[in-house]
Design a protein around this ligand. Structure first.
Ligand SMILES: *[C@@H]1O[C@H](CO)[C@@H](O)[C@H](O)[C@H]1NC(C)=O
Ligand SMILES: *[C@@H]1O[C@H](CO)[C@@H](O)[C@H](O)[C@H]1NC(C)=O
Ligand SMILES: *[C@@H]1O[C@H](CO)[C@@H](O)[C@H](O)[C@H]1NC(C)=O
Ligand SMILES: *[C@@H]1O[C@H](CO)[C@@H](O)[C@H](O)[C@H]1NC(C)=O
Ligand SMILES: *[C@@H]1O[C@H](CO)[C@@H](O)[C@H](O)[C@H]1NC(C)=O
Ligand SMILES: *[C@@H]1O[C@H](CO)[C@@H](O)[C@H](O)[C@H]1NC(C)=O
Length: 633
């Protein structure tokens, strides 16, 4: 069925292009007249080469305007789709006003924190934002970026709910299907939805390797195997950027260099207790394999992680401050010439969920903000993420500590990106086209099919599944499913396992809450991969009472031997709807997933693993690649 999708995507793309054209000519230029229309200035003239336009614009910029380009902070849509004046209600982080950042600080790069709840209205807000940028002295247009928005996970600072975008399984679910063509189809669709609302840079793909099963960010990687990750992200980058980078592209940010997987004890370096990254297996180079593939595939931007390397040849400062990592390894050795964008907030202490959130300046905690900026410049980064402090960089130039030519080097890359994306020549969106493209039923149909296929069948005692059609008249006990959805399939939903013929449990993976660290508010799932004793006992009573079909969300490689032993059948999934679950259980679609990582047997086995080494868990419960089929062909 998926083979039709490529044609379909191309068809929609053509439709969108046609739409753009017809609206382009009718678009009201009286409303949108801008300084950018003035072709008597070289950089505004589309007939000039990109290189000449960059040179011309750079030669007109003040130091402050250059510094502004080198900061990218978060931005929110204001109340009723206006430009936000202060942090709008519902945002957990302190945000500067749009006017402050665009008008006073000369910033033109932002990542959007707001939900895409109405494509046309978001596109309308985007047009207001562009108009404000084009009304500045030089009229440099805005570049908008986003964390992933096409999957179930909603983790503050790492991923957002789809809103009106099409909803797919997490990247791990795409990895479970191991089909580069499908990954490209996903990326092409996501690109069209991004483009429709003005998102021109993706703060993904996340190509870190799941070699440490406890790490809280595994849910949005591509598994444990470097070559598979490399193969799939090449397709991903192609889908977002296109064959050739240009006016229909989304610029991808591959992260987190040099691979964020080997975090000490599986903690995460957003947090002070997880700042270290470690290589007890001397396996540093394994984590570079996907980055090498991304660079070869034309990745435009790369983001280093928060972690600092411990016990390697590199300085023990976070990767964004690390000259050995950025200049020597990434740029000189691997030949990356694109934009290096730091992860968010390496400089400034912020307020998050009303609590202090210190800068993630690991290894640089006792340095001043100026010293941190200097170190980031010396490391070779081009842009500071999650910051709006260009005045610090201006001070460093005025003090003679950073030459202005160093800014020119980075600003040149950043401006070139805007010209190539066509932002100077075509800065506005068609709000009606946005509504047509975003979340259209064809996109969601392909996404739903992918959700179903990504189900990974771990166990199926006595070939119980798929259920016979007549089973759908029976009584079921449910958890994690909507009663209406289940009843729509003919089942009778009952209140206790004892009354039921079957139980359907859709379980979240186990994790530990660490209060007092902010991680509890950010939904980071960390620590133990086992269910606690009380939860085990609760589940065991259900498994004993009635044949139970379990679906566990594998946002990390869980250790659940007791579930597999006691339940009638067990699926691992990666973000799928209740309808997808019922389709699979009733045999209306076949589960086609294969595990993208080993499933360990216990926390004890995980603790014995080396953080940087893949496939070193002793006696895994299931191996990478495991996934049963219904048909025995
Ligand atoms: C175009 O730019 C030139 C040179 O800066 C200026 O003299 C002229 O007034 C501008 N025209 C418009 C319509 O902005
Ligand atoms: C937002 O729009 C609604 C409906 O037009 C209006 O009632 C409300 O006052 C507006 N809110 C603000 C803050 O402008
Ligand atoms: C914006 O940023 C400056 C620091 O550059 C800060 O002093 C100010 O309070 C911030 N807030 C707003 C709402 O602009
Ligand atoms: C990180 O590594 C350093 C140096 O080995 C060590 O002192 C520290 O305890 C480690 N852990 C954390 C959380 O800093
Ligand atoms: C269950 O699904 C129905 C129909 O889609 C919906 O109206 C209802 O709000 C859902 N219930 C819950 C608890 O999500
Ligand atoms: C931990 O924090 C969460 C979220 O604020 C709260 O619901 C929970 O009660 C806290 N637990 C403990 C043990 O403090």
């Amino acid at each position: 069925m998926l083979q039709h999708s490529t044609t379909l995507v191309v068809g929609l793309l053509a439709q969108l292009a046609a739409c753009k054209h017809s609206h382009g000519s009718s678009m009201n230029h009286a409303v949108f007249a801008t300084r950018a229309d003035n072709q008597s200035l070289g950089y505004r003239n589309p007939s000039w080469s990109v290189a000449d336009r960059v040179d011309d614009l750079l030669s007109r910029m003040t130091l402050e305007e250059k510094a502004g380009q080198m900061f990218q902070d978060s931005i929110a849509i204001g109340t009723n789709y206006t430009l936000s004046e202060k942090t709008p209600p519902g945002y957990p982080i302190d945000l500067n006003s749009t006017e402050n950042m665009v008008g006073e600080k000369h910033m033109t790069h932002f990542n959007l924190l707001s939900p895409i709840d109405n494509a046309g209205k978001v596109a309308g807000w985007y047009n207001l934002l562009q108009q404000r940028a084009l009304d500045t002295r030089l009229g440099i247009p805005i570049s908008l970026s986003s964390d992933p928005r096409h999957h179930e996970a909603d983790t503050f600072g790492a991923s957002l709910s789809p809103g009106v975008f099409s909803q797919w399984p997490e990247s791990l679910g795409l990895a479970a299907l191991r089909d580069p063509k499908l990954v490209e189809t996903f990326a092409e669709i996501a690109r069209q939805e991004y483009l429709a609302v003005g998102l021109r840079s993706s703060l993904h793909p996340q190509v870190d390797l799941a070699t440490e099963p406890r790490w809280a960010r595994i849910y949005s990687v591509w598994g444990e195997e470097a070559e598979l990750t490399a193969e799939l992200i090449v397709a991903y980058i192609k889908g977002f950027q296109g064959e050739e980078f240009g006016v229909n592209s989304v610029s991808t940010v591959t992260k987190h260099f040099p691979g964020g997987g080997p975090v000490e004890n599986g903690e995460d370096s957003h947090f002070v207790y997880g700042k270290n990254q470690t290589y007890p297996g001397n396996n540093f180079d394994y984590h570079l394999i996907p980055f090498k593939a991304a660079i070869k595939a034309g990745a435009r931007q790369i983001m280093p992680y928060y972690s600092r390397p411990i016990g390697t040849e590199y300085e023990e400062v976070a990767f964004g401050f690390n000259k050995g990592i950025i200049t020597d390894l990434l740029q000189n050795e691997l030949g990356f010439e694109g934009i290096v964008l730091t992860d968010w907030t390496l400089l400034s202490d912020r307020i998050l969920f009303g609590l202090p959130f210190p800068a993630r300046a690991w290894g640089m905690e006792d340095k001043t903000e100026h010293e941190r900026v200097l170190k980031i410049m010396e490391a070779g980064c081009d842009q500071l993420g999650g910051e709006n402090r260009p005045e610090l960089l201006v001070d460093l130039v005025n003090q003679g500590l950073v030459p202005e030519t160093r800014l020119d080097h980075s600003v040149r890359k950043l401006l070139k990106e805007k010209f190539l994306l066509g932002l100077f020549d075509n800065p506005f969106l068609d709000t009606e086209a946005a509504d047509k493209v975003v979340g259209n039923p064809e996109f969601q149909r392909i996404a739903d099919e992918t959700q179903r296929q990504s189900f990974t069948l771990l166990s199926n005692k006595n070939d119980l599944l798929p259920m016979q059609k007549e089973a759908s008249g029976s009584a079921v006990y449910i958890e994690g499913l909507n009663q209406t959805t289940v009843e729509a399939r003919g089942f009778k939903v009952v209140a206790t396992p004892e009354e039921a013929d079957w139980a359907f449990l859709r379980l979240a993976a186990p994790f530990e809450v660490r209060n007092g660290t902010l991680s509890e508010y950010m939904s980071f799932q960390q620590g133990s991969l086992e269910f606690k004793a009380a939860e085990r006992a609760r589940q065991a009573a259900i498994y004993k009472a009635v044949p139970t079909i379990v679906d566990i969300k594998l946002d990390r490689p869980v250790a659940i031997p007791e579930v597999v032993e006691q339940a009638a059948a067990v699926f691992g999934t990666f973000g799928a709807s209740g309808d997808a679950f019922l389709d699979i259980v009733l045999g209306e679609a076949e589960p086609l997933g294969k595990l993208p990582f080993d499933l360990p047997r216990s926390d004890k086995a995980v603790e014995a693993q080396k953080e940087d080494v893949p496939f070193d868990t002793v006696d895994p419960l299931f191996k990478f690649g495991h996934g049963l089929r219904y048909s025995k062909a």
